[in-house]
Ligand binder design. Structure first.
Ligand code: NAI
Length: 292
């Protein structure tokens, strides 16, 4: 109870320090976004080398968005690589964005919980795991919330704030306040497969890949949906999200239907999309090379 005291004032919750664990596609960009928006951010991964690409992307984001080199430099200084996770003890918000694997997340949460400061928000960015399963290792399971960003973080205004059964309402409110603080739009959702957005999006992406299985080219599928008015084609979106993540999410949301063959074949070859340089398209300098 003592540890939760800080939540009493959730309506006034205001974060200054954020700790992000996992400097991959999502964690790296979440950390950069928070630093851009004025937070002091510690970013943790298994080694400094693993954080290199995230720091490079952050530098590009700051330069592009802030224009003034001094401001960009200040934002970069606010983003602190932290291999040992020393930032946890000072963070108002801790966001986990490591591999989508229950055992890995359990091990992390066990080690994290005793280091959290009272009233800190403990959040997971998981897209497909149940919060009810993730929080079983916590002494205070009610404090875990989902803060589910979308990819690419800098472009997507919506953030789902996920409330599991029996979650502390103050923790959820504090998470919503934090999301507003970083100029994103919080959408409170219940803990259900796909939450809201992916429950709608997954069948659309699966249908696009089934069309590819039937022999329609990825370019044709994407062009059709672009002409329809979507900002990005569904196949390019799969490449952006990561084919492994799309496969895991699809397995959970497809109601037992077999995964598209075109997706399985590429995941087997470790062609995971934008992050690996090859998916349905070849990727260079952050752009898909159509017709590859
Ligand atoms: P990723 O594979 O790109 O990055 C994961 C990172 O976590 C890696 O850099 C890895 O070294 C690090 N890591 C793993 N175990 C660690 C540990 N114990 N301590 C510190 N670092 C550790 O994964 P991605 O795509 O960024 O996904 C991360 C989370 O975000 C997953 O839970 C996923 O479901 C979720 N998510 C992914 C989205 C996407 O479009 N890829 C969208 C929204 C949520």
């Amino acid at each position: 109870q003592e540890r939760l005291k800080g939540f009493g004032k959730a309506a006034e919750f205001s974060a200054r320090r954020v700790h992000v664990i996992g400097a991959g596609v999502m964690g790296g960009d979440i950390a950069a976004w928070c630093a851009l928006r004025g937070m002091t951010v510690t970013l943790q991964d298994q080694s400094l080398e693993r954080m290199g690409p995230a720091l490079q992307r952050a530098n590009k984001l700051f330069t592009r968005r802030l224009r003034d080199p001094l401001k960009a430099r200040a934002a970069f200084d606010r983003l602190i690589p932290d291999v040992n996770g020393d930032g946890v003890a000072h963070a108002d918000v801790v966001i986990e964005a490591i591999f989508e694997n229950v055992e890995a997340k359990h091990a992390l949460f066990k080690a994290l919980e005793p280091r959290l400061k009272p009233g800190a928000v403990l959040a997971t960015n998981t897209s497909s795991l149940k919060l009810e399963d993730l929080r079983t290792v916590l002494q205070q399971p009610e404090r875990l919330v989902g803060i589910h960003f979308f990819n690419p973080v800098a472009m997507m205004p919506l953030v789902e704030v996920v409330q599991a059964e029996g979650a502390d309402p103050d923790a959820v409110q504090a998470a919503c306040a934090f999301v507003r603080q970083i100029d994103k739009l919080p959408l409170p959702v219940k803990s259900a497969p796909g939450f809201l957005v992916n429950a709608v999006l997954a069948p659309y992406m699966l249908a696009a890949m089934r069309a590819v299985d039937e022999g329609i080219s990825p370019e044709t599928v994407d062009e059709a949906m672009l002409a329809f008015g979507m900002p990005m084609g569904p196949i390019e979106l799969v490449d952006t999200v990561g084919l492994d993540i799309a496969l895991a999410a699809g397995q959970q949301l497809a109601g037992g239907a077999a995964a598209p063959r075109c997706l399985l074949a590429r995941v087997e070859k470790n062609q995971l999309g934008k992050k690996s340089g090859q998916g349905f398209y070849a990727w260079a300098d952050g752009k898909a090379k159509k017709g590859s």
